[in-house]
Design a protein around this ligand. Structure first.
Ligand SMILES: [Zn+2]
Length: 135
């Protein structure tokens, strides 16, 4: 899939970069907890001393499922095909996201962060993040 030079994403606050794609998280300076998406206080120790950090782009499938029915609004799809969602362990934090490229996965399978087509807005493609199997 070719990525256009101007990349429209579903929510820019989820990323520190879209080319290359890197997710934004929060890191607590007091206890070291990491969270995704970024927030302004630590959910573990309540500290306000948190900063936005770039999260690792490779992880392993922690759990997954494949949906065989279309998501209800406000979620959008151009045309429905069964899709997988899962939790991916990035080491610092477990992130829920789309698992793209196939519908059968294995716990512990290695995956990489990618941009994935969310929907098309008139002629513009809107991207979100996903994870695909490391080949
Ligand atoms: Zn903390």
């Amino acid at each position: 899939m070719s990525i256009p030079t101007s990349i429209e994403v579903v929510d820019a606050t989820l990323f520190t970069s879209v080319d290359p794609v890197i997710l934004a998280g929060s890191a607590c300076a007091v206890c070291g907890a990491h969270v995704f998406p970024p927030i302004e206080s630590c959910p573990t120790c309540s500290s306000l001393d948190v900063e936005t950090v770039a999260l690792p782009t490779e992880g392993t499938v922690w759990s997954w499922t494949t949906q065989h029915f279309a998501p209800k609004p406000p979620f959008r799809t151009d045309e429905f095909t069964p899709f997988s969602i899962g939790y991916v362990d990035l080491g610092l934090v477990i992130v829920q996201g789309w698992l793209v490229g196939k519908t059968q996965w294995a716990i512990g399978e290695r995956v990489n962060l990618v941009l994935a087509k969310a929907w098309t807005n008139e002629s513009d493609t809107v991207f979100t993040f996903g994870f695909e199997a490391v080949t």
